[in-house]
Design a protein around this ligand. Structure first.
Ligand code: NAD
Length: 256
């Protein structure tokens, strides 16, 4: 379906980003990966699917590095047809204790980076009259939790940003949508589980069950493969008129 097209997935050396990159590659897209994890291993996993793959190590909190990555992608593949804004970090603290440097980092990486990649990708998408912008938001883009003020602000922000871009591109072949996962068992969530187990003096398994029981009625983690399946659908012709949605894949979290 995506043969001859190219995709850029931010934060794709692990977790959800890597899963989406692999699913897009399986559809034939060439890939630009990004992220601070093991770039060689991620690249090899995606290359095994028979597409051309590059990695750019831009720090998504630094606009100049994002600009360099977008230039690099355009030089290598002509343009970016599918842009997946996925890079994200978390910090958990009460608002009065929230380190201001962490606030700035969460907003920069989880929200502002998507503004920069999108503003730089849209002109070539407009020229081609085709493009897919997929923002990985969160259940926290729709509802809040305590001690996650920066993350919740950034994720609500990216849902709004997704809708604005969808309206600006509504008469074109470019669509902009957000995916809102519930708990997915990646490094980002494992850290929260480990912290909880240590804080409460309980086992990791108990902490995991508590985490799910609090928020996710299905009591099952959302998987990377399920999110990747939705990303592929959003790239398909069937999704041509899916514009500006924030689509939950959250085991019922936000239905409550
Ligand atoms: P992860 O920690 O496995 O992956 C995050 C990726 O972002 C990694 O590749 C990391 O290297 C990269 N990254 C971090 N800081 C970066 C920076 N400054 N510049 C460039 N890359 C950077 O986490 P994940 O769970 O796969 O999260 C991916 C996205 O999904 C995030 O936006 C996260 O908020 C969102 N999300 C995750 C969950 C979950 O339960 N795991 C739920 C909802 C939303």
């Amino acid at each position: 379906m995506l043969k001859g097209k190219s995709a850029l997935v931010t934060g794709s050396t692990s977790g959800i980003g890597l899963g989406i990159a692999k699913a897009l590659a399986a559809q034939g897209a060439n890939l630009v990966l990004n992220g601070f994890g093991d770039a060689g291993a991620a690249k090899a996993e995606v290359e095994a699917l028979g597409v051309a793959v590059e990695h750019h190590g831009a720090d998504m909190s630094k606009p100049a590095e994002i600009e360099d990555m977008m230039r690099f992608a355009a030089e290598r593949f002509g343009r970016i047809d599918v842009l997946v804004n996925n890079a994200g970090i978390q910090h958990v603290a009460k608002v009065e204790d929230f380190p201001t440097e962490r606030w700035d980092a969460v907003i920069a990486i989880n929200l502002t980076s998507a503004f920069h990649t999108t503003r730089l990708a849209v002109p070539a998408m407009r020229e081609a009259n085709w493009g897919r912008i997929i923002n990985i938001a969160s259940a926290h883009g729709l509802v809040a939790s305590a001690q996650k003020s920066a993350y919740v602000a950034a994720k609500h922000g990216i849902v709004g940003f997704t809708k604005s871009v969808a309206l600006e591109t509504a008469t074109t072949g470019i669509t902009s949508n957000a995916i809102c996962p519930g708990w997915v068992l990646t490094a980002l969530v494992q850290k929260q589980i480990d912290d909880r187990a240590a804080r409460e003096g309980i086992s990791v398994l108990q902490a995991q069950n508590e985490l799910l029981g609090e928020k996710q009625p299905s009591l099952q983690f959302t998987t990377v493969e399920q999110l990747a399946g939705l990303a592929v659908f959003l790239c398909s012709p069937a999704a041509d008129q899916v514009r500006g949605v924030a689509w939950q894949v959250d085991g019922g979290w936000t239905a409550q």
